[in-house]
Design a protein around this ligand. Structure first.
Ligand code: 2HA
Ligand code: ZN
Length: 275
């Protein structure tokens, strides 16, 4: 018989997405971590007061007060989350003061990136509240892009890579953000990501991996697949000795205009030009 925790519908999707991340070789070993923000299920809403102690958060996340996160356990492998989600995923509630969290169900040791996920969810609550999912993973074709001298500017990377396939920029008119090197797992990386996620649904971490947001975990994976496909075309052409040229700006603008997304594209990197 399934426990109440195992009946949370998003648990199955979490497991399914982890299976894909593992099969693609994007989340090797215990690489990567995921979270999904949910309304705290009423049957466990009060339980934490009796059963677990508060753990302080190094960042204040008042917008998340009372909400809960399904999040990967520390050192859990994507391929094992896929097989045994209830063992490897934990459910945590953010306390009413927005400065601590409590364990509610499932895995009891959250990824050390929990504070970073909280900071990013806080950005999502403010700017794209319909987006509840975060995936961090290590797709090799995207990590390789961050090491190309020609792609040290996010605007140029987005312009060329997302022009490799005619629908990529339609899916991500704001393009892809880029973060400089930060120590893996550091709060500094989490906070810098939270800031940049205000403007982009996908960001790449220099020498490390990718971060995606979405309405659901499957949607966040869709977004990663779109960028990965575009990068794959880029690397195929490079490997064949062809210089990838991508769509013309005129065709890009025509497509975006047809779908009512031209303004989002044209304003995508304006934040970089503000002081
Ligand atoms: O959780 O990928 O960046 C493992 C990681 C940290
Ligand atoms: Zn990582």
């Amino acid at each position: 018989m399934k426990t109440l925790f195992e009946k949370i519908p998003e648990l199955d999707e979490f497991a399914e997405v982890c299976g894909y991340l593992s099969q693609r070789g994007w989340s090797e070993g215990s690489g990567g971590n995921l979270s999904f923000r949910i309304k705290t299920p009423s049957y466990i809403a009060t339980k934490h007061k009796n059963t677990s102690n508060p753990v302080a958060l190094p960042v204040a996340v008042p917008e998340l007060a009372g909400q809960s996160l399904l999040i990967s356990g520390t050192e859990t492998r994507a391929r094992e989350i896929a097989l045994r989600p209830a063992e490897n995923i934990g459910l945590y509630i953010i306390a009413d003061d927005g400065q601590s969290f409590y364990w509610l169900a499932g895995n009891k040791n959250p990824t050390s990136e929990l504070p970073s996920h909280c900071a990013i969810h806080q950005t999502l609550c403010r700017y794209r509240p319909e987006q509840r999912a975060i995936i961090h993973t290590h797709p090799p074709l995207l990590i390789a892009l961050t090491q190309c001298a020609e792609f040290q500017k996010a605007e140029h990377l987005s312009e060329l890579i997302l022009s490799m396939q005619s629908e990529a920029r339609l899916q991500l008119p704001e393009g892809v953000g880029l973060l400089d090197f930060h120590v893996p797992g550091s709060l500094e990386l989490g906070e810098a990501s939270a800031k940049l996620m205000q403007y982009h649904q996908i960001i790449l971490w220099y020498m490390h991996g990718a971060l995606a947001s979405g309405k659901t975990l499957s949607h966040a994976l869709d977004q990663l697949e779109v960028v990965n496909k575009a990068a794959e075309i880029f690397w195929i052409l490079k490997s064949a000795g062809c210089e990838p040229c991508g769509m013309s700006r005129e065709n890009m603008q025509k497509s975006l205009s047809q779908f009512g997304r031209l303004q989002r594209y044209e304003q995508a990197f304006n934040y970089q030009h503000r002081s």
